[in-house]
Structures are given as structure tokens and as C-alpha cells.
Design a protein around this ligand. Structure first.
Ligand SMILES: *Cc1c(COP(=O)(O)O)cnc(C)c1O
Length: 465
């Protein structure tokens, strides 16, 4: 055994080393190429060694992680990453995550971590306020929007089958009365996955036509019932479009159906009065799934599920064990699928506290303005923008599918910025998703310059071919 003060001084030294390396990483994330280059990727092979027989020197562990690990990250915290809908991380979230790491709290129960659970309570309340959702909603923090939707579907199936006299906890799903699931033609794949995990296979889905922007057509809704779940979308992953929630929720309410909102990123647009025309009516749903690691930039991982029917959550997720006293207040493990879980409320609290309402609104409005700037720059250069740029998503085509794919390949290889591809209603496109607090106008202009240059090069090559 080593003397205690020696161990403590080693820990302090190691934390200082980690801080030094992390600060260096943060300071350089906006300067380096966005994706790793091929030699950075090749160096990852160094991690594949036999399981070490002996303990390693602690500084060596960190040094290896930084030397071979840091360059093989995608610089999603810099300002020129526009792939998927991956947010950055606001400084308060990063700093709070260091504290949370030092605390190493299990956020399952208040008894295990009073602070972790209290902060979850606070942020769930703040999110309801920020997004204008019913104030008596309850829910929890989970890993991601997929899990948030999954959680909501498990609660919804409990509530809907209870109306039909079926107790899911007792009887399971085999032989249960059927539930109708309604989704739009441009439903996010993760919702289909969450539905299937909850026992609703693809053949059970009623798919309602979507329009050219991906919005579910309310006039095409089938007859709904007390045993229907309608899944609507706030923010399509490609176009950013919003389903007409006001109309759909009114119809669903009349017929007793449950409405679930996939609002992974788009729901946050409700913080800005500028987008009220798009986000109206989503407050009338029954459950909501969103991500704090996307638009609010709270860092990974942080999905949020909220429900009006708190009893459904408790019946779906409450567990009985002699050593787990139920308690009068919300206990995370009795409101979500997980038991042991990290204290993601800490970073989320720091994020929302540091931004406040105006900070979050600025973040949303600024990223939307950057998307407009991208769209204008691309159109001015003669390229076709496929979507109405209503929030922070831009879809651009560079011509024939193989040209668009080649442009994307070159952009990713070039490293100035990073954008991914998609196929939007039969047309190959590149997606630009502006989701980071760190992106500046200068980042947009520098990225535009690279995109336009590489697109022109690819087009002239394809014309010569
Ligand atoms: C990102 C996204 C999801 C899935 O989110 P995860 O956090 O990756 O599970 C679901 N729906 C939409 C619209 C999204 O943009």
C-alpha cells in the first residue's frame, strides 16, 4: 500500500495533466482540420495491443490517449462541423462535466445522489418552461432522443392498453389488443426503431403522406381512436420542417388518440418567437422526446423525455425491491428504463443556467441565420438548395447524384469543414446542419469558400469525363 498523501498527490498531478491536455485540445479544435486525416486514423492501430498484464503508469495512460486519441476525434466542438445534427458543447457544460466526473454520482435514486436528482428536477422544469410545455409534465433524462421516444412509447402502450383492460406489466405484449401507430412519410428512422423495440413492428405502422418539405399531411390522417399513437415531428432531420401540430393534435384529441412528438432538435425552436408560426400546437401533445446534446449544446449524452401522464411512466418503469423504497418524489430509476445512470443533469443544469432564456434564444436564432447564409452563398454560386430553409438545416444538390457524392467526398477529405450526404425524396443531396454555439460567420464563409471551390472542381472533372 502506498501512503495516502502520495496517492492524493498523484491524483492531483494526473488531473492537472488531463486539464492541460484538455485545454490544449479545446483551444485548437477550431484551428485544426475537422475530420482526422488518414495517418491519424492509421495511428489508432496502436491501441490494439494484448490486454496489459500489469498496471500502467498513469501519466502514460493519459499521454497515449492524447497523442493517438485526440487527433482521431472529429472536431465537433470547433465551429465548422455541420454533419448530422451534432451540437457542440458550451463552456459551462464542459467545465461542469469535469466536476461531475470528479463526483462520479449514480443518478438512479435520491439516496444515491441528492444533487444529481435535484438538478434533474430543476432542468426538467426549466425545459417545460423554455419550450412552453404543460407545467405538470414529468419525465427524465436518458441517453438520446431514440431512448426518449422509446421511453414515451413504453409509457403510452401502458396507458392505451390499460383503457382496453390490458395490464402490460402483468401480461406483457403477446396477445395484447392491437394498437394503431401513425407516422408521417418522413418519420425519423430512430422513431421506427424505438417503435419496434416497444413491440410495434413496421407492419403495424400507418404511414401518412408527407409533403415536399417532409411535413405530415393532416388532411390524409386516417380515423384515429383511443388505441392510436400518432407520432409527429418537430424539425425534420433533412429539411428542418415541422408537422402541422395544431391541426393534428386537435384531431387526435377529438378521437382520444395519444400524440408523441419527435422533437430531437426542432422542439428547441419554440424558445424563439421568430419561429412561433412553425412550432405552434406542439404543446398539445401527450409526450415529447428531445435532445439537449443537439441544439442546446449540453454535450453528450443527454436525451430528454417528457409526458403529461405521469402515472403511465410510473407503472411502466417503477420497480419493486425491498431495498428500493419508492419515495414520495420523482426517482429517476422509477421514471425511465435505466437504473444506474450517469448524472447528466449536472451538465444540462450548467448549460441552461449559463445561457438563460435569451442565451438559448440567441443560440437558436444565430445558427438559423448561419443556415440562411449558407443557403444564400450556395444559391449565389449557382447551386440548388432543395429545402425551404426554415431553421438550421440546408439541403444542397450539386447536380447529378454521382457529382453530389463526389463533392461530399472531397469536402470530407479536404477537412475545412464536414458535411454528410442524404437522399431527399429521391434526390441526392448534401446536408448542412448548423448546430454548434461555436460557429461564427467567419466559419460559415470559410466553409462556403471550400464547398464552392470543391464543387466547381468536381463539376469540371465530371464535364470532362
Ligand atoms: C437526431 C434525431 C433523432 C435521434 O436522436 P439520437 O439522440 O441520436 O437518438 C431523432 N429524431 C430526429 C428528428 C433527429 O434529428
Amino acid at each position: 500500500m502506498q501512503p495516502k498523501d502520495t496517492v492524493q498527490s498523484q491524483v492531483a498531478e494526473l488531473l492537472n495533466l488531463a486539464a492541460e491536455k484538455a485545454i490544449h485540445y479545446v483551444e485548437n479544435a477550431g484551428l485544426r482540420r475537422v475530420s482526422p486525416c488518414s495517418s491519424d486514423l492509421a495511428a489508432l492501430a496502436g491501441f490494439h495491443e494484448p490486454f496489459p498484464a500489469w498496471p500502467s503508469n498513469l501519466a502514460d495512460v493519459l499521454n497515449q490517449l492524447d497523442a493517438a486519441g485526440s487527433p482521431a476525434t472529429v472536431a465537433a466542438t470547433g465551429g465548422r462541423y455541420f454533419g448530422f445534427v451534432n451540437g457542440g458543447m458550451v463552456p459551462a457544460a464542459l467545465a461542469a462535466s469535469w466536476m461531475a466526473g470528479a463526483w462520479n454520482q449514480n443518478a438512479s435514486l435520491r439516496a444515491m445522489s441528492p444533487i444529481a436528482v435535484e438538478l434533474e428536477d430543476v432542468v426538467l422544469q426549466w425545459i417545460c418552461e423554455a419550450l412552453g410545455l404543460p407545467p405538470d409534465c414529468q419525465g427524465g433524462l436518458v441517453t438520446c432522443a431514440t431512448m426518449a421516444s422509446f421511453t414515451a412509447f413504453l409509457a403510452a402502450r401502458h396507458a392505451l392498453l390499460k383503457r382496453a383492460g390490458w395490464d402490460v406489466t402483468e401480461n406483457g405484449m403477446f396477445g395484447a389488443p392491437p394498437i394503431q401507430i401513425v407516422v408521417g412519410g418522413e418519420v425519423h428512422a430512430s422513431v421506427v426503431k424505438a417503435l419496434s423495440m416497444a413491440g410495434f413492428g413496421k407492419k403495424r405502422l400507418t404511414i401518412v403522406d408527407a409533403d415536399g418539405q417532409g411535413r405530415m399531411r393532416a388532411d390524409r390522417l386516417p380515423p384515429l381512436s383511443q388505441r392510436t399513437v400518432v407520432c409527429i415531428q418537430a424539425g425534420n432531420v433533412n429539411t428542418g420542417a415541422f408537422d402541422p401540430a395544431e391541426e393534428i393534435c386537435a384531431k387526435a384529441k377529438q378521437q382520444g388518440a395519444w400524440v408523441h412528438v419527435d422533437g430531437a432538435f426542432g422542439l428547441w425552436a419554440r424558445i424563439s418567437p421568430k419561429y412561433a408560426h412553425l412550432t405552434r400546437g406542439f404543446e398539445n401533445a401527450d409526450s415529447w422526446a428531445t435532445d439537449a446534446h443537439k441544439w442546446p449544446n449540453a454535450g453528450y449524452d443527454c436525451g430528454v423525455v417528457l409526458l403529461k401522464n405521469v402515472d403511465a411512466l410510473r407503472t411502466a418503469f417503477g420497480i419493486n425491491a425491498a431495498y428500493l423504497e419508492p419515495g414520495a418524489r420523482r426517482e429517476p430509476m422509477h421514471h425511465t428504463p435505466e437504473s444506474s445512470r450517469r448524472a447528466r443533469g449536472v451538465e444540462l443544469w450548467a448549460t441552461l443556467k449559463s445561457l438563460g432564456r435569451t442565451g438559448l434564444r440567441d443560440l437558436v436564432e444565430r445558427t438559423c441565420a448561419h443556415a440562411q447564409r449558407f443557403a444564400k452563398g450556395l444559391q449565389d454560386a449557382g447551386f440548388e438548395v432543395l429545402n425551404d430553409v426554415v431553421i438550421n438545416q440546408v439541403l444542397v444538390s450539386f447536380g447529378a447524384p454521382e457529382v453530389t457524392r463526389e463533392v461530399i467526398r472531397r469536402i470530407q477529405e479536404d477537412g475545412t469543414c464536414w458535411c454528410g450526404g442524404t437522399v431527399w425524396q429521391g434526390k441526392s443531396a448534401m446536408r448542412i446542419s448548423v448546430s454548434s454555439w461555436a460557429t461564427t460567420e467567419a466559419d460559415v464563409d470559410r466553409s462556403l469558400e471550400a464547398i464552392v471551390r470543391l464543387a466547381r472542381e468536381s463539376q469540371s472533372i465530371s464535364m470532362r469525363a
